[in-house]
Design a protein around this ligand. Structure first.
Ligand code: BGC
Length: 325
């Protein structure tokens, strides 16, 4: 797993570990502190230690090619977990969410929050114009471009028609990307954007991850936005801090990805492979890693706001009510 700086990866690690143990496997769970050489050497050590299978959520999807060749030489199956591993034909299977759709949901929830679309995604006739700024994820994470493309395909018609306006003019992925998904970097960029944008009142911010949203909201609050005046800010992962922020009326939305299901799927894949069976997949077209199209199993995600968090996150048992207090 890449890092313990974000709750979701802690939950991912714990789930996968528990599920594997339930099937009788021994598990070596390592976090790489978002440091690429650490992740490479963890994988090396696992191979040397005689592991029978690898489940990897990469930090930088392009940096594992050579260590994975060693895995291949020893017939160790490799599953890419949530993030695609690029530039390697050794990746056997991939399980993740429909990442393009996550981006569509982020863009859609921004439009709903602004009142351009209604709850059902139908246009309300609201013409704005609304000032929005745009953030993207880490450029070395394959998912980041999927989120961005899904969101931008959703927002572009409204940027073209002038319903949305980006005061800073920064509408390219490279300008919006936040290396390693760091909240502080997002906070700094948001502070800069408020200056670059000429002090125009902001109505919305596309944020692809709850950690970034926290940094963004902090910059906005320091600049004097508060309460009802805070722009509509999106997110992803339904992390506790952000769900609380949604309940408090700060962050507008997040995208819930049930990592319990992702863990389950990765474990089923490993178990099938080790039993010599072919894992079930539901996508054999989308995830081309430059060397091969990696057979994938994609899960669905859901928009969460103050209106449905109880149903989606509490009733499903994902969080206890007291965790959100
Ligand atoms: C994951 C997201 C997460 C982001 C930052 C992405 O690869 O798919 O769920 O928000 O990494 O950790």
């Amino acid at each position: 797993m890449p890092t313990q700086q974000s709750e979701r990866w802690i939950a991912d690690g714990a789930n996968v570990e528990a599920e594997l143990k339930e099937l009788g496997y021994k598990v070596d769970l390592q976090y790489a502190n978002d440091d690429i050489p650490t992740q490479v050497s963890q994988i090396e050590n696992m191979i040397n230690g005689g592991v029978e299978a690898l489940i990897v959520a990469s930090i930088d999807g392009t940096t594992l090619t050579s260590v994975l060749e060693t895995a291949e030489a020893q017939d160790i199956p490799v599953i890419a977990y949530d993030r695609l591993i690029n530039g390697s034909d050794t990746v056997d299977y991939y399980t993740t969410f429909d990442n393009y759709q996550v981006g569509v949901q982020q863009g859609t929830s921004l439009l709903i929050g602004l009142g351009v679309l209604d709850e059902n995604g139908e246009e309300t006739g609201e013409k704005g114009p609304f000032n929005v700024e745009l953030f993207a994820g880490s450029p070395d994470d394959n998912n980041a471009t999927f989120f961005w493309n899904g969101a931008m395909d959703t927002l572009q018609p409204y940027l073209d028609s002038g319903v949305l306006n980006v005061p800073s003019g920064q509408t390219e992925f490279e300008q919006a990307a936040i290396l390693r998904w760091l909240p502080d970097t997002a906070q700094d960029r948001m502070e800069d954007l408020l200056t670059v944008g000429g002090g125009k009142k902001l109505d919305g911010v596309l944020s692809p991850y709850d950690g970034l949203s926290i940094g963004i909201i902090s910059a906005l609050t320091s600049a004097g936005y508060s309460g009802d005046k805070l722009p509509v800010v999106t997110g992803q992962d339904a992390e506790v801090g952000s769900v609380k922020s949604i309940i408090d009326g700060e962050q507008y939305s997040t995208i819930f990805k049930d990592v319990r299901k992702l863990g389950e799927r990765a474990v089923i894949m490993v178990d099938d492979l080790l039993k010599g069976e072919e894992p079930e997949v539901n996508d054999t077209e989308t995830y081309d890693n430059g060397e091969k199209v990696v057979p994938s199993y994609l899960l669905e995600s859901e928009i969460v706001t103050v209106d449905n968090y109880e149903k989606v996150l509490v009733d499903s048992g994902y969080y206890e009510p007291k965790e959100l207090k």
